[in-house]
Design a binder for this molecule. Structure first.
Ligand SMILES: *Cc1c(COP(=O)(O)O)cnc(C)c1O
Length: 408
């Protein structure tokens, strides 16, 4: 009965055609697109072509003939509509961690007389490490890590920069970017948002948010491939004033003039630094083709429907050894649902053994990501049925599900 309703929902899904672009292994229910997005065959073909023809045959000529030098800019053009940004406000380069470092340093320089960098205790660890590293380097910055529910009350005239991740990677809870950005601006602080778990899953609208700077990764919901380049956003209003701490030649106004005087490239492009990783860039550019014409509001609506359905089915079918820790209000969560379970790691492994791929976050969470581009309602239905069975039979409590792994 439930399954038939899921199949009907899939037939009515306006995004259903997007899934046909992906190559998901038969029989697998992939609910980890929030960690590593799925492959599209067109991306594999593009990579082969770049390696064999552009690199193999074209060699150095391909920087011009195959347009390698323009790759970051072309990708920015494809990303911009997904972020509610203009192309010139985006740099596509480096990892999220490296971009966050540059963004925080640049934001701090916009407020040189202030000495607090405010963040919360639900932030992704790399974000806090990077902030602390910047504080050690500058020697005059205090990183204040406050309770995630109390960010607004810690905004005051000492705060130079507020940096937060939009979606809590553990619980899926959302910060309100509009309210918090406005509150930061009201005390004169600059904001840096991390959108790693947002872009490609939610209605990210940096102009409407009045955001200052933002960063995010492209290998999660954007399906760019493992370790694909990240992006950095700088609002137009800061373009004259902002500067990067990494003044590399690819962020120079004229990299191939080889002059020793540094001249920043216009707009966000000054945050490019070294030679772009062409293979990863080519894969990412190809992966982003599928987003053409896809509406951000549609993405958010489907993410809400899938997560709603998952929560409702867990409530209905699963025993009370699991607890939904993700907000039940769909406007307060990302495209993920996390369940608390006393043996979350083993439970995750037992599900993976049955072809339902989620992941585990210590100490006691199992996460399920619902990439709206390729996850179907029927996947939700079938995943909960597997979960129900694993819980009811305690199938997680087998020795093979308690093994140690490096990457989880
Ligand atoms: C995935 C993720 C990152 C990843 O950072 P990398 O430097 O690309 O490894 C950073 N921040 C958040 C919030 C993330 O979810």
């Amino acid at each position: 009965m439930d399954r038939r309703r899921c199949l009907e929902a899939d037939l009515a899904d306006p995004l259903a055609a997007a899934r046909t672009h992906f190559a998901l292994p038969e029989g697998l229910i992939y609910l980890d697109g929030n960690s590593l997005g799925a492959l599209q065959p067109v991306v594999a073909a593009r990579l082969r072509d770049v390696v064999e023809h552009e690199w193999g045959a074209g060699l150095i000529r391909s920087w011009n003939d195959a347009g390698w030098v323009e790759l970051p800019r072309r990708i920015a053009g494809r990303l911009a509509p997904l972020l509610g940004a203009d192309r010139t406000e985006l740099a596509v380069t480096d990892s999220t961690s490296a971009n966050l470092f540059k963004a925080l340093a640049a934001a701090r320089r916009l407020r040189p007389d202030r000495h607090v960098l405010l963040t919360d205790d639900a932030n992704f660890p790399t974000d806090v490490y990077v902030a602390q590293g910047l504080a050690t380097l500058t020697g005059d910055l205090e990183v204040r890590v406050v309770h995630t529910d109390e960010v607004a009350s810690h905004l005051d005239a000492e705060v130079a920069v507020l940096t937060l991740t939009h979606v809590d990677y553990r619980t899926g809870r959302l910060h309100d970017p509009v309210d918090l950005t406005a509150a930061a601006h009201a005390v004169g602080a600059v904001t840096v948002w991390d959108l790693s778990h947002s872009t490609g899953a939610l209605d990210v609208d940096l102009h409407r948010w009045d955001a200052d700077l933002a960063v995010g990764c492209t290998y999660k919901y954007l399906n760019g491939g493992p370790g694909s380049p990240a992006y950095l956003y700088v609002a137009q209003r800061w373009h004259e004033e902002i500067s990067t701490p990494v003044q590399g030649w690819f962020g120079h106004a004229q990299p191939f003039a080889f002059s020793l005087g540094y001249q920043p490239a216009p707009g966000a492009e000054r945050f490019h630094d070294g030679t772009p990783p062409v293979l990863s860039m080519a894969a990412l550019e190809s992966a982003l083709e599928v987003w053409e014409g896809i509406d951000r509001a549609q993405l958010a609506a489907k993410a809400a429907e899938l997560t709603d359905r998952f929560i409702a089915l867990v409530d209905e079918r699963c025993d009370d050894t699991v607890e939904v820790v993700t907000p039940r209000d769909p406007t307060r969560r990302g495209a993920q649902v996390s369940l608390r379970h006393a043996h979350a790691d083993a439970l995750t492994q037992a599900l993976i053994a049955r072809g339902v791929i989620g992941d585990h976050r210590p100490p006691d969470l199992v996460r399920f990501g619902f990439a709206p581009l390729y996850v179907r309602h029927v996947d939700v239905c079938d995943a909960v049925e597997q979960l129900r069975e694993v819980l009811a039979t305690r199938a997680w409590d087998r020795p093979e599900h308690h093994a140690r792994r490096t990457v989880t």
